[in-house]
Design a protein around this ligand. Structure first.
Ligand SMILES: Cc1cc2nc3c(=O)[nH]c(=O)nc-3n(C[C@H](O)[C@H](O)[C@H](O)COP(=O)(O)OP(=O)(O)OC[C@H]3O[C@@H](n4cnc5c(N)ncnc54)[C@H](O)[C@@H]3O)c2cc1C
Length: 470
């Protein structure tokens, strides 16, 4: 089909107002939150219903046109960069909460709904949807599901994967299927719902999601502990877990991140601390108080120089915000921010943080580290400038070493951001050639012509030519 025919046929499905083809409009969909990757699509379509999504896929399947599903584009692995061109499926119009079922504790939503809106809607009914990626005020449920997003509450409550009970999917050829459902128990055949979570838009398109809810915790307490030494903070994390406390949140910021956050948000944090832990417990008020007190004591025993317990909900919000704004705060400091999510078993956290610091010194780079300490999920973040080619080579080499070390320590190349294009060169080292070959066969079974988000997870030809250095 010619570009003109494609535009007309898409317009016949969704209406001309919901097809974008002007160059300036397309540029806005040529990149996502990942630096260093950009490619312009041929068209952007905003479907309003499952039937429209199915018709778009039938059309693209027939003409072998790549389709890139897109929520808010906040992913950090270039998962929505249309590297093979084609059609971007933007879910901004499919953003309704369809049902909150208080008897079955479920919520049915369209994929374009913002995560934070689901939180607000269910919490108004005394219910709780725990997955809370740092981007929750802008990211969509469709994007969270496709990326297998984690969040700050992952340690206690689990991640997006643990809260998806069923999906409505449109397959590559336009067929609509439903997976899972409201049954707490259901082992009828393969678990296609779980297979979809984290599949990065490469297997099928999500048009509806059935989410699991839990009762809203009655109360929460938040505390912050400051340490001179990073090792002291890492030991405190181990002590807290060994003490059989599972906090709702246990976040970590190193000194460089702390300074950037304070400079950005003016929260009143002392910037001379070597590391910070932000701790939250929720549940029965007495349990919250007891656990936060115990965590504070353990932090002091491990050398915390100061521990502050938030006296009010407003203060608690402020402390948690310190962690949520970390990425935005760091983003102001350099033209290019390379943020990764190497993850290790939490017992190896201190070793991994030390290794990151050592690599940064060796490659003469500024790498700040923050992350979900309780999950061993670290976000080493490098201040760089992509115009400086020599520096970018050092950045790639440094992260290559960081991923290799994470794997050596029993960890992984990505804890929650997904493989996308950015991590594709490292996937085989993490899962092995046999598992990778099986994944390719699964992809081929779902999408024989490879139209769904091509190049993601399995990498591009250019990456293959460059070899494992990415
Ligand atoms: C400031 C900031 C903080 C962040 N914090 C976290 C964090 O704490 N934890 C975390 O896990 N991530 C975090 N992220 C990364 C990002 O927000 C998540 O990956 C999020 O899930 C992406 O959602 P999105 O709506 O922006 O999806 P997009 O970026 O638009 O898309 C992500 C993937 O989902 C696919 N997709 C989107 N919609 C559909 C659909 N309907 N059907 C099939 N596939 C679909 C896309 O093709 C793509 O592969 C953060 C990002 C930023 C910028």
């Amino acid at each position: 089909v010619t570009p003109q025919q494609l535009r007309e046929q898409l317009a016949a499905i969704v209406g001309p107002d919901h097809v974008l083809t002007a160059p300036d409009e397309l540029v806005a969909y040529s990149y996502d939150a990942t630096p260093l990757f950009q490619a312009v699509p041929d068209a952007v379509v905003q479907p309003g219903s499952t039937a429209e999504v199915a018709a778009i896929l039938r059309l693209c399947h027939q003409h072998r046109i790549p389709v890139v599903p897109r929520g808010s584009g906040t992913n950090l692995s270039a998962s929505t960069t249309p590297i093979a061109g084609g059609v971007v499926l933007n879910f901004a119009r499919m953003n309704r909460i369809l049902e909150i079922d208080e008897e079955n504790l479920t919520c049915t939503v369209e994929p374009g709904v913002i995560t934070g809106e689901v939180h607000r809607a269910v919490e108004a009914k005394g219910l709780f949807y725990p997955p809370d990626p740092g981007s929750m005020h802008i990211s969509t449920i469709g994007g969270n599901i496709a990326q297998g997003a984690g969040g700050l509450r992952g340690l206690k409550y689990g991640v997006t994967r643990d809260y998806v009970m069923g999906l409505e999917l449109v397959l590559a050829d336009g067929t609509v299927i439903e997976t899972g459902g409201k049954n707490v128990k259901d082992v009828a055949g393969y678990d296609l719902t779980r297979l979809m979570v984290g599949s990065g838009g490469t297997l099928a398109v999500v048009t509806k999601a059935l989410l699991k809810l839990v009762p809203k915790p009655a109360a929460r307490r938040v505390a912050l502990a400051l340490f001179d030494e990073l090792d002291d903070a890492a030991r405190a994390v181990s002590r807290i877990i060994a003490h059989k406390i599972i906090p709702a949140t246990l976040e970590f910021l190193d000194q460089a991140t702390l300074r950037a956050v304070e400079d950005f948000a003016r929260i009143g944090l002392p910037t001379d601390a070597g590391a910070v832990l932000i701790m939250e417990q929720d549940g029965h008020p007495a349990v919250c108080a007891e656990d936060v007190e115990a965590m504070a004591r353990l932090c002091r025993e491990e050398g915390a120089t100061r521990v502050e317990v938030a006296a009010s909900e407003a203060e608690a919000q402020k402390l948690l915000e310190a962690r949520r704004v970390a990425l935005s705060a760091l983003a102001r400091r350099s033209p290019t921010l390379v943020l990764e999510d190497a993850t290790v078993p939490r017992s190896r956290l201190a070793e991994m943080v030390r290794f990151i610091q050592e690599v940064a010194t060796r490659y003469d780079l500024e790498i700040c580290t923050f992350g979900h300490a309780g999950d061993g999920n670290l976000h080493p973040t490098c201040m760089a400038d992509e115009r400086n080619k020599e520096q970018m080579e050092r950045v790639h080499a440094a992260f290559g070493e960081i991923f290799a070390e994470a794997i050596r320590l029993g960890g992984t190349i990505t804890g929650e951001h997904g493989v996308g294009v950015a991590k594709a060169p490292y996937l085989e080292a993490r899962i092995g050639p046999e598992a990778l070959a099986l994944m390719r066969r699964i992809k081929a079974a779902f999408d024989p012509h490879g139209i769904l988000n091509p190049g993601k997870i399995f990498g591009t030809e250019a990456q293959a030519e460059r070899g494992s250095a990415g």
